[in-house]
Design a protein around this ligand. Structure first.
Ligand code: SF4
Ligand code: MG
Length: 327
């Protein structure tokens, strides 16, 4: 397992009129080459902030990376300047967003936009670049690449626009693709097709994928590793099997109980309450106000991460106690 990217103790704040939002409170994880890792959690838990911080696309201000490292190719991306980051973005790391309008320029033809990526990130001789553009359009599953090359984004359907954005992302030959809710705006059938495409690309190109989604079903369908985020922290991480079949954190279990699962007979039970205000996060475990198993210690001290079998890690006092037979 070769490590591709390593995020270490990342802390990010956002300045607001009401105070400082502690959006990421010490996030650490590794991404392995050729794997799909999903980041799941309710909205506002820090999933997108994590992605934007890796890419150094966080609006600063109001955002501010307080501390941490993002190691890619042995170098800390957080120490790179904008010019260096522009080489990396769209080159070795590319991002796909939910909103195609964020990445596709409505005034330029699809082909022109892909050629721009190739001008900036590809070593190919000029004579071969158009061929490469057609190739990535076709890799993204768009029919008639010659035609799509000449079309403007508005001439494409929602699903096709998403594919055009994926084609653009592929043009730079990324080793890491970060997809932030890539299918949320699409209807279910197209959503399934796009996920299948991402899966194929991972298999055929060996690209690693960091998939951000609030939809556990999507994560279960495509990811081999899953990280669960809550209130700016990773509260549980492990293989998809660990998370979906043997969840350790009450929040993960709550998320799973709130979605329909095949063969499930019990009623769905949404997690009560709401995520905490990150300007004044609760002392101790941020989940305690919503946790049915909260103990006294949970209100006082933030739980430590406990390593279970394999790479399964849970950040909860209950697991900690069980693991150390200490209750
Ligand atoms: Fe619940 Fe305590 Fe575990 Fe937090 S640490 S999830 S409050 S049991
Ligand atoms: Mg988001």
């Amino acid at each position: 397992m070769t490590q591709l990217l390593s995020v270490k103790d990342l802390k990010v704040n956002f300045k607001t009129n009401l105070g400082e939002v502690q959006a990421l409170q010490g996030v650490s994880f590794d991404l392995v080459m050729g794997e799909v890792t999903a980041v799941v959690g309710e909205s506002g838990c820090g999933k997108s902030v994590t992605a934007l911080s890796i890419m150094k696309l966080l609006p600063t201000p109001p955002g501010c990376i307080v501390s941490g490292q993002v190691i890619f190719d042995g170098q800390d991306l957080l120490l790179k300047n904008e010019k260096e980051m522009r080489k990396i973005r769209g080159g070795s790391i590319a991002m796909i967003f939910q909103e195609t309008n964020t990445s596709l320029n409505p005034t330029l033809k699809v082909g022109t936009q892909i050629m721009e990526v190739l001008q900036n990130h590809s070593e190919l001789p000029a004579s071969e670049k158009k061929q490469r553009a057609l190739e990535v359009i076709s890799m993204a599953g768009l029919p008639d690449p010659e035609m799509v090359y000449k079309q403007y984004p508005h001439q494409l359907s929602g699903g096709m626009k998403q594919r055009a954005m994926i084609a653009m992302a592929l043009a730079g030959g990324p080793r890491l693709l970060i997809a932030d809710e890539p299918t949320t705006a699409l209807d279910v059938t197209i959503q399934a097709q796009i996920l299948e495409l991402l899966q194929e690309l991972k298999q055929n190109l060996g690209t690693s994928l960091l998939l951000i989604t609030h939809d556990l079903g999507i994560a279960a369908g495509i990811a081999s590793r899953v990280m669960v985020m809550y209130a700016g922290k990773i509260v549980e991480s492990g293989t998809a099997g660990d998370i979906f079949h043997d969840p350790g954190h009450p929040y993960t279990r709550g998320l799973l109980d709130s979605i329909p699962r095949p063969g499930q007979r019990q009623k769905l039970s949404p997690i009560p309450g709401r995520p905490p205000d990150l300007i004044n996060p609760p002392q101790g475990c941020a989940f305690w106000p919503r946790c049915g198993q909260a103990m006294l210690i949970c209100r006082e001290l933030p739980p430590q991460a406990t390593n279970l079998a394999g790479s399964h890690q849970v950040c909860c006092w209950l697991t900690h106690r069980y693991a150390f037979n200490n209750y």
